[in-house]
Design a protein around this ligand. Structure first.
Ligand code: 5RP
Length: 219
């Protein structure tokens, strides 16, 4: 199977976790796009969705799925999103698509976070994929200098603005032995909105697309 076929497989598998009559949390990315397309087949059974990006909102609406403001929603039983990396504790690196802040907010609200990914995303240690950091534009150089002090090598994602009007630094070179500690350190730098380590709020379930099956990993 191709990587896209594996993504489609897990996108389909995630629909099984959706609660009837609920509002579904929806992430961002090429894997989630398959989930959205599959969600459309059961749209009459759900109330609607809360979306983590303009791109996902557009896709949800194109299928006729109602998109709610998070502030108008009390409860999100299930949030489905992809990842750039996962370790075996289901701690993730996310934000390759730049939607990390809204994704982290919805993950925090959700009762259950279902991560969907093809098998290439499961790694023994996080950090091969650069850690995205969303930064208030005027703080970009300051944050970059502070990141260097922590041992990282920040690269400005040129020509990209987040849905929140901010910029992204992609940080290479971190040796991540304690993901929660690094997540907190990065979030503590003034000017950082959030970073792409999802370790404090890891996924609850990882649906991993493999050549012959979907493997289900839980914490
Ligand atoms: C977007 C994300 C995505 O979930 C992550 O980049 C994985 O994307 P894809 O499913 O396209 O590989 O965090 O901000």
């Amino acid at each position: 199977m191709t990587q896209d076929e594996l993504k489609a497989l897990v996108g389909k598998a995630a629909v099984e976790y959706v609660e009837e009559g609920s509002i579904v949390g929806v992430g961002t990315g090429s894997t989630v796009n398959y989930f959205i397309d599959e969600l459309a087949t059961i749209k009459h059974k759900i109330q609607g969705a809360v979306s983590s990006s303009e791109a996902s909102t557009e896709r949800l609406k194109s299928h006729g799925i109602e998109v709610f403001e998070l502030n108008d929603v009390d409860r999100i039983p299930v949030y489905v999103d992809g990842a750039d990396e996962s370790n075996h504790l289901l701690q993730l690196v996310k934000g390759g698509g730049g939607a990390l802040t809204r994704e982290k907010i919805i993950a925090a609200v959700a009762d259950k976070f279902i991560c969907i990914a093809d098998e290439s995303k499961l790694v023994p240690r996080l950090g091969e994929f650069p850690i995205p950091i969303e930064v208030i534009p005027m703080a970009r150089s300051y944050v970059a200098r502070e990141v260097v002090k922590l041992g990282g090598d920040p690269v400005y994602r040129t020509g990209f603005t987040t849905d929140n009007g901010n910029v992204i630094l992609d940080v290479h070179g971190f040796e991540i032995n304690e993901p929660i500690k690094l997540e907190r350190l990065l979030n503590n730098i003034v000017g950082v909105v959030t970073n792409g380590l999802f370790a404090e709020r890891a996924a609850d379930v990882l649906l991993l697309g493999k050549q012959d099956s979907v493997e289900t990993l839980t914490r």
